[in-house]
Design a binder for this molecule. Sequence first.
Ligand code: IPM
Ligand code: SF4
Length: 471
Amino acid sequence: MGMTLYEKIYQQHKVATMNDSTDLLYIDFHFIHEVTSPQAFAGLKQAGRDVRNPVATLATMDHNISTQNRRIDGAGDVSRQQLTALKQHCDEFRIPLLDITHRDQGIVHVIGPEQGITQPGMTIVCGDSHTSTHGAFGALAFGIGTSEVEHVLATQTLPQQRAKSMKVQVDGQLPAGVTAKDVILAVIGKVGTAGGSGYVVEYCGEAIESMDMEERMTICNMTIEMGAKAGLIAPDEVTFSYLEGRPRAPSAQQWHRAKARWKTLKSDADATFDKTVVLDAGSIRPQITWGTSPEQVMALTDRVPDPTQFDTSDLQRSVADALHYMGLTPGSALQDYPVDVVFIGSCTNSRLVDLRQAAAVVKGGRVAPHVRALVVPGSAQVKREAEAEGLADIFKAAGFEWREPGCSMCLAMNDDIVPAGKRCVSTSNRNFEGRQGRMARTHLASPAVAVSAAIHGYLSSTPLVSGEGLI
Ligand SMILES: CC(C)[C@H](C(=O)O)[C@@H](O)C(=O)O
Ligand code: SF4
């Protein structure tokens, strides 16, 4: 019987069978950041163990840093301690570190692909749930807990149980103005935040194949939000041309061999999946979340749902609670709600392609006077490139703040926080209560929708589709 891509990568990395359900997998690469590594290093030291393969490890500073400046204490004293600890641990264990002033620094899931570290067929882990992003390259990539971080640091392996396989097939072509973010929000709306639990998801279909690598990363990034372990997209010419020539990609001499191997990394025609979900790309509209979970999502032109439309009393209660938290009236239109903050950034949507899509919607408009809008590039390299091609000037001229790279307002762990009761349209991936600040109200959407909201000053329900984006 044929094998899925997931099964192939799993099989190729199995170094031992531990018991009936658990195998030991070799881990090709390990990313670390300041939040989930301190206890892992403390554990190593306590046990007197060393890091097994420091060069298969890369650390960056992203969550706790300020994106207003490059000061180690820019986001306060707790952050400074966290960042200083990371630096000390990296020095002690000889782990390469991209600190805040490094020219390659950025959000952990942006820098790996950018440097060409993330490659097809690899196993990649990080103490961070959105490690699923790297699956866009056909790598088996997933988030791990702090004790697992310690295990990987010490052994370069990880005990694993085989997951089930889900195929998400997006047929046809996306309408103009509909982006990868809308696709993944629509998928999560359909599958639900628990629907992916126990699965590794493989995305396929014409709409996925037509996406560039940045868009594919947006898709895989949010796979974790439906409860799945990882997302995968089989590597193809788009993947190979993205990787060719990147600093850590195979060298010119190795390139052809690597590419020949990567070409074998796809699910066999007769592979079976435990579950299949099919979407028609042509019917997907720009999406926005109305609730406090990514599955509470609708088309921008729809009306806010009424709890009574839902089947069970549990569901009715949770919808009513979400609407109460979000300050939304059942049945209302989004254009009635003013927006206070707009955040364009995060490992979901802070790459050059995202910023291009966002800038295309600005079109000479200005951020509404009552809105505070931020654009936070995902890495120092994205920042340089966006500045070189004039995107930063477009944002600044329109009244957006243009920042240093980092996680910023995606989560309330640094100096960028949405004030209580304020409404934020955010290109990030999580909207649970308090995610962007205590009592903050988050609406997840694409960069195009976020810019549209910043300029209209309202959760516009009537975006006009115009060639490259919404206006
Ligand atoms: C801080 C970190 C552990 C966390 C994660 O695992 O995802 C963060 O990146 C997030 O997005 O919530
Ligand atoms: S940008 Fe947001 S989702 Fe991504 S790693 Fe940082 S905090 Fe997590």
